[in-house]
Design a protein. Structure first.
Lengths: 453, 339
């Protein structure tokens, strides 16, 4: 027999279950009850407090990324930790403590005094050092859980002079995965279109996930649109207007070699890869009517997937390749529909509002990012496929082209904010948005590439 | 010829006795005294010379005899008379020569005897001197022996005296030793007696103290029991008052808020997560042990729950000490609270 306290603050001594204390105290019986409780004192001593937790608090996890000790005899020290720290901070899920607040700069768990880090209110600390030669240094690092007092991760990576940034992103991936349970996306790449001022030149650009190392893979005086990564990250499909109409091309990223998807050079747009990389779903425009077609990547005949007088466009394969989501204005305004990849009846998916377009599926979760328009503002929304609810993530007013990071924890989109245009990166877990801007021109239609290792 | 032989024997005898002269009174077995030796050599020398002369003479006489024989053979042709005369003359001559020689020998013998006589006298003198020296030596020897005997006797006497003194000293020391031992024994016995007395006294005191302590302990125990009972009753009273006034709920709410503010899984709370944790709480409100009684999440989820709890430690203090509990159960989500 013990006292049990349940949520709501009700006192429930034996025999008094559910009786509010205020009413009980007025009764003469309560005196006798108290005496009865006194008689049970030895038992009451084993009572416990039962506390019900109702929610968590969203906050950035305080961490410390200690600069890695440079033990390479020659060469200028490279600051791996700085890039790792920037990657983690950008997600909004982590709050790295500044280096100037660090009392010590340990290089491994065994050198750490955990109380110092607890005083700094740090939950996790990344320490490491770089050794070997400058051409091929070895980076060793360790992630420490300050409160549990244990090492969460001990790792060694081989780097090379031209891959320092890539190594740092890889470290950030591993730390992110250890701390969040989700795979890191810092080693991935982005593709997007840059339009120079005055629209004299359109560039297809590939860059690191943090926007660094941009490489122009295609230049054109005609518009370039809708880049899409092959699942293995080796190819980009995109639309080029170089022939005077919209045409889908497939280009190998590493070599720059490209070819038109269709031998008959038909007008098509919005290419999307099947998960196995063997097909491209495109919106093909025939007789001023756009429908979804499936093209074999190796040049076979296309298969028509939808047949409707309305405009059907912006296809997207489900992760299992069994279904194709697309935008159709067969109802009132554009909405998201889904159709079996082998063909069949299309079903409407989005119901909130009058404009939900360009669906992109979040990997591993039943959510779809869409462009939602309301009152003239185009915003990115996250739609839950189970309850059809829509959560708006951005403010617009001219946001477009959402694309998920392969881990589904972030999405990138063309941000048309009142403050200017660029690429917006929205981190779903933290609700933090970052804006990538080019020194000149407009960045738009970003596509987040797959995992590359 | 017989006279000649007798002479030779005399000489030979004197020669034999010459070197064999020994001092009278000397030990017959002792060697001759060295101081007499040159004298005997000179005697010997004379004797040898004499013997040589005598022997040479005798030899020549012998060789003459065959010559007479030859003459006798040749004399056949001579007449007896002439021969007889000649023989007579020769005998005459020979006799004169012999006499002369005998006289000569006689003189020599006399000289030798004279010499021997002197020698004997000298020997006697020497012997007398020797005897005197021997006498003196014996006397000295006897004196020395006597002195030695006397010395030995004195030493013997001294030794005896020393031994006697040593014996006396030993006896004295032994006596002292016995006295000391007896004293030590007496002191030890005294100390032992005192110790025994002290022991007895202490034991008695201890027994008394122990008895007092037992009584005191018992009294304190009774008092403590009483106090504890009163304290518990009052504590329970206060506890119930706190419960009924809502203080317990406020206390629990503070703990809940502390944990919730520190629970921040980076991706939010995963859908369907459910956990029950039992905490051991130290008197300073510090969390000691964390045990998951139920949990259906990932390792990452578990880590953020543990971090939330550890960051919240020490937990808010109860408003009154009576509300403190050694264990605390946390659960999520709320829908399972009313089981």
């Amino acid at each position: 027999m013990k006292l049990r306290y349940v949520v709501g603050g009700k006192v429930c001594p034996p025999g008094g279950e559910g009786v509010p204390p205020s009413t009980r105290t007025r009764r003469p019986r309560s005196r006798a009850l108290c005496l009865a409780i006194l008689a049970l004192l030895p038992l009451a001593a084993s009572a416990q407090l039962d506390i019900v937790i109702t929610r968590s608090t969203q906050r950035a996890i305080p961490i410390a990324v200690v600069p890695f000790e440079w033990r390479v005899t020659l060469g200028l020290p490279y600051d791996f930790a700085e890039i790792v720290e920037a990657d983690l901070e950008r997600t909004g899920q982590f709050a790295p403590r500044g280096r100037e607040t660090m009392i010590t700069r340990p290089t491994r768990f065994s050198e750490m005094r955990l109380t110092n880090w607890r005083i700094m209110d740090v939950e996790a600390v990344l320490v490491g050092h770089v050794s070997g030669t400058e051409a091929n240094p070895t980076v060793e690092f360790e992630l420490v859980d300050v409160y549990a007092g244990e090492s969460l991760l001990v790792y060694r990576l081989q780097s090379s002079r031209d891959a320092f940034r890539a190594t740092a992103h890889r470290i950030a991936d591993l730390v992110y995965e250890q701390l969040t349970g989700a795979r890191g996306m810092f080693s991935t790449r982005l593709a997007y279109v840059q339009v120079t001022p005055g629209r004299e030149e359109f560039r297809l650009i590939v860059a690191d996930a943090d926007g660094q190392n941009p490489i122009v893979v295609l230049r054109s005086t005609d518009p370039i649109m809708s880049p899409s990564w092959s699942p293995d990250g080796a190819y980009l499909a995109y639309v080029s207007f170089e022939a005077g109409y919209a045409e889908v091309f497939v280009q190998e990223v590493a070599t720059g070699q490209r070819r038109p998807l269709s031998p008959d050079r038909t007008s098509a747009s919005a290419p999307a890869w099947s998960p196995d990389g063997r097909f491209l779903a495109v919106a093909r425009n025939v007789n001023a009517n756009s429908d979804i077609y499936i093209y074999p990547i190796d040049g076979g005949s296309p298969r028509r997937l939808t047949r409707h007088s309305a405009t059907e466009t912006e296809p997207e394969f489900s992760p299992d390749g069994e279904r194709v989501y697309f935008t159709s204005d067969r109802g009132i305004g554009p909405q998201v529909y889904v159709v079996p990849a082998r063909g069949g009846q299309a079903q409407r998916v989005s119901f909130t509002g009058s404009y939900n377009a360009r669906p992109r599926l979040q990997p591993d979760r039943n959510q779809i990012a869409v462009v939602h328009q309301q009152d003239g503002r185009f915003r990115i929304g996250l739609m839950d496929l189970r309850d059809e609810s829509l959560r708006l993530l951005t403010d617009g007013p001219l946001d477009e082209s959402p694309s998920f990071a392969p881990n589904g924890r972030a999405l990138i989109f063309g941000a048309g904010t009142t403050a200017g245009r660029g690429l917006g990166v929205y981190f779903i877990d933290s609700g933090v948005m970052r804006l990538l801007r080019a020194p000149e021109g407009i960045l738009r239609e970003p596509a987040w590439g797959p995992y590359e290792n | 010829m017989d006279r000649l032989k007798a002479l030779i024997e005399r000489v030979a005898r004197s020669l034999r006795t010459g070197p064999g002269v020994r001092s009278p009174g000397a030990n017959p077995n002792a060697p001759p005294l060295p101081m007499l030796r040159p004298c005997s050599w000179s005697v010997g020398g004379h004797a040898a010379l004499m013997a040589f002369l005598l022997i040479g003479f005798a030899t020549r006489i012998q060789t003459d005899e065959p010559a007479f024989g030859t003459i006798a053979i040749d004399g056949v042709v001579l007449d007896d008379e002439a021969v007889q005369r000649e023989i007579q003359r020769l005998d005459e001559l020979e006799r004169a020569a012999v006499i002369e020689r005998e006289q000569e020998v006689e003189r020599l013998l006399e000289k030798i005897e004279e010499q021997q006589e002197r020698q004997r006298q000298q020997e006697q003198e020497l012997s007398a001197l020797s005897s005197q020296a021997e006498q003196a030596r014996q006397t000295l020897s006897e004196q020395q022996a006597e002195a030695s005997r006397q010395l030995s006797a004195m030493q013997q006497q001294q030794q005896t005296e020393r031994e006697r003194l040593a014996q006396v000293e030993r006896e004295r020391q032994e006596e002292e030793e016995r006295a000391r031992a007896a004293e030590a024994e007496r002191q030890a016995a005294e100390a032992e007696r005192q110790r025994a007395e002290e022991q007895t006294r202490r034991l008695a005191e201890e027994a008394e103290a122990a008895q007092r302590q037992i009584e005191e302990t018992e009294r304190r125990r009774r008092e403590a029991e009483l106090a504890e009972r009163m304290r518990r009753e009052m504590a329970e009273e206060r506890r119930n008052e706190a419960i009924e006034s809502g203080q317990l709920d406020e206390y629990k709410a503070r703990i809940r808020q502390r944990i919730e503010s520190n629970w921040s899984p980076p991706g939010g709370i995963p859908k369907g997560l459910r956990w029950v944790v039992l905490l051991d709480i130290l008197p300073g409100n510090e969390v000691d042990g964390i045990r998951f009684e139920a949990f259906n999440g990932t390792e990452t989820d578990r880590r953020y729950i543990e971090t939330a709890i550890r960051r919240s430690s020490p937990l808010p203090a109860p408003p009154i000490p009576e509300l403190f509990e050694r264990q605390m159960r946390l659960r999520y989500p709320p829908t399972e609270a009313g089981e």
